[in-house]
Every structure is written in structure tokens, then in C-alpha cells.
Ligand binder design. Structure first.
Ligand code: TRP
Length: 333
């Protein structure tokens, strides 16, 4: 198998949850040994919503700590903070000169933001896909492990890269495509009966990697179920199916089978089921949580990791930005 160049960014919005881990980060841990991976914390992207400086720093730190605790290895991959790369805003500026207002206004995520935050429709929000394209193509990435919601942004990254190549008659950027590690996309559902595990539906919907056993038990006891099966062998409701889906990921196959049988025979007691699931969840997360607590205190390690990432990412970004500067016609005297 040939090595791909893979780039993935995450906006620092606080703690990671079990959905982030099972859906993405656990795959990053495997990918880092097979491909040339760039994982970064997208703090430039955060600026669209004007975070206060202390929050911004804490959120960046938290993601860095949790990425390390999950097993990202700064020697194997390039793990860096976006704002350590001045080449990204430089490329963003270059790409902006060829991005049309009309195409940016048509982006679904922009239209959504314009609707939900009409008082803060800034130019950064409009050009968010340009910044994201710069993130990806600065390393000449060929693959980006993102879900459906980012597909349009990825298409724009291809558009902007191709356009740059065409305008300046140089084959600088390859086309990046979505990448799915492993066989299928695992969907990690939330606890409140809705779709996927996501913080936007409240803290009660997610199990954070740093949640203590007490919190996990409490959240699980409040997880949404239904009034229970009344006839044998029926389909569970969406909320109960969600809990089965989570159990499949953190419990043994035997245990899942056991509760599915109880359900099929109308003998399931949701209280016991949820308690049992809570215990498996907290056992599953315990080693990660212990590492988080350890790493959080280790300022020296964090400084070292950020420095290594910065150096490796700068090396790659410098190569590309030099090519771009040359293509454009910037020349030193
Ligand atoms: N837009 C992505 C999100 O909201 C985060 C992101 C920024 C990203 N730059 C990226 C993802 C580059 C992949 C590649 O989740």
C-alpha cells in the first residue's frame, strides 16, 4: 500500500468525548503508523467566533493533552497547532484572491451560520472554506478523514487547489479526497435519543473522555429509553437502539447478546442495562482518563510536543509556500 498524505484538523472547543474517540481519534492512532499524517488543532478557525484569549489557550491545550492521551504519537505523526504555521494564513490570502464571493456565499455551512448568528457574519466566516483548503493543501494532502458534513468544504479545497495550478500553470497541488479508515463509518449515537454523540445537544448527550465514574453513572442513568417492549421480537426504539450500538463498542459480544435476548423476550430492565453499560464505559475510558490527568500536569512534555510538531509542520509548509511564491512571481532582489 502506498503512503498517503493525510491532513485532519479539529476546532478546539473543549473536551473530546467518546464519539470523537471511537469515530475518529482511535483511527488516527492506527493511521499514523501507516501514512504520512498531519493532525492539527485549528485555532485560527476558532477566531470566527471571537473566543476570549484564556479560553482559546485552554481549549487548545485540552485537545493537545487528550490527543496524546488517546495515543497520538508525536514521533509517528505530525501533531501541531495551526497558529504555529504562518504559511497557512499566507496561502489563505493567496487563495482568497481567486475565491469568488458568489461561490463562498453558496456554501451550506456559511448559509447556516448567517442564519444562526446574524449579528456576526464576518469575512472570516465567509472564507472559512478557503482557510480549510489552505490547511489541507499546504501539505499537498491527498486524503482527509472527514465525515459527510465536511464534504462540501473538501470539494472547495479541490477547486481552489486546481484553480491555483491552472492560473499559475504549475502542478503544485494534488486533489484531496475524503478518507474512511477501515471498512465502514461507525456512528456513535448520543444518550438523549437523538442522532450522533455531539456536544451541540448538551453535555448530557455525551460521555467526555475526562468524565469521572460518578458523572458517567449519572449521565447513563439519565440516558433516554422508552416504556419497554410489550411484544416479543420487536425492533427497539431509536433511543434504545442507540444504547445497544454503544454497548457494541465498549462491552463484550456476550453481554450485548445477553441484553438483546432479554429485550427480545420482553424481560429487559433498562435500569440494570444502563448500569451495566455505564460500568463498561467507565472501564473502557479509565486508562485514557488517567493519561489525561497525567499529561495535563506535564507542561514540559506539552512544550516539547508542540515544538516537535511545529518544526515538522513548518518544514512541509515551507516547501509548498516557496513553490507558491515562485509561481506567483514573488522574487527576492
Ligand atoms: N472544518 C473542520 C470542522 O469543523 C475542522 C477543520 C479545519 C479541518 N481545517 C481542517 C478538518 C482541515 C480537516 C482538514 O470539523
Amino acid at each position: 500500500m502506498s503512503k498517503e498524505i493525510i491532513v485532519s484538523g479539529i476546532r478546539p472547543t473543549g473536551n473530546l468525548h467518546l464519539g470523537n474517540y471511537l469515530g475518529a481519534v482511535s483511527n488516527f492512532v492506527k493511521m499514523q503508523y501507516e501514512h504520512n499524517c498531519y493532525f492539527f488543532i485549528a485555532d485560527y478557525h476558532s477566531l470566527t467566533t471571537h473566543p476570549n484569549p484564556a479560553d482559546l489557550h485552554n481549549n487548545v491545550k485540552q485537545v493537545l493533552v487528550e490527543y496524546l492521551a488517546c495515543g497520538l504519537d508525536p514521533e509517528a505523526c505530525t501533531l501541531y497547532i495551526q497558529s504555529d504555521l504562518p504559511q497557512i494564513p499566507e496561502l489563505y490570502m493567496m487563495l482568497n484572491m481567486h475565491a469568488n464571493l458568489g461561490e463562498l456565499e453558496r456554501v451550506a455551512s456559511f448559509k447556516e451560520k448567517a442564519r444562526t448568528q446574524p449579528n456576526n457574519i464576518n469575512a472570516g466566516l465567509l472564507t472559512y472554506p478557503v482557510l480549510m483548503a489552505a490547511d489541507i493543501i499546504i501539505h499537498k494532502a491527498t486524503k482527509v478523514p472527514v465525515g459527510k458534513d465536511q464534504e462540501q468544504h473538501l470539494e472547495m479545497a479541490r477547486t481552489f487547489g486546481n484553480r491555483f495550478n491552472r492560473v499559475y500553470q504549475k502542478e503544485i497541488f494534488p486533489e484531496p479526497y475524503a478518507f474512511n479508515y477501515g471498512q465502514e463509518l461507525v456512528k456513535i449515537p448520543g444518550l438523549q435519543g437523538g442522532g450522533k454523540m455531539s456536544k451541540s445537544d448538551g453535555d448530557g448527550n455525551v460521555i467526555n473522555l475526562i468524565d469521572t465514574p460518578v458523572i458517567i453513572r449519572k449521565k447513563m442513568s439519565r440516558a433516554v429509553t422508552d416504556t419497554g417492549p410489550t411484544e416479543p421480537n420487536t425492533q427497539p426504539s431509536a433511543a434504545v437502539q442507540n444504547l445497544f450500538d454503544i454497548m457494541k463498542l465498549v462491552s463484550t459480544a456476550d453481554k450485548l447478546e445477553h441484553y438483546k435476548n432479554l429485550y427480545a423476550n420482553c424481560a429487559i430492565r433498562y435500569g440494570d442495562f444502563k448500569k451495566d453499560l455505564a460500568e463498561d464505559m467507565l472501564n473502557f475510558l479509565q486508562p485514557i482518563r488517567e493519561k489525561i490527568i497525567d499529561i495535563q500536569r506535564n507542561e514540559m512534555l506539552l512544550r516539547k510536543v508542540a515544538q516537535i510538531g511545529k518544526e515538522k509542520a513548518n518544514e512541509s509548509a515551507n516547501k509548498t509556500i516557496q513553490e507558491c511564491r515562485q509561481a506567483i512571481g514573488f522574487k527576492s532582489f
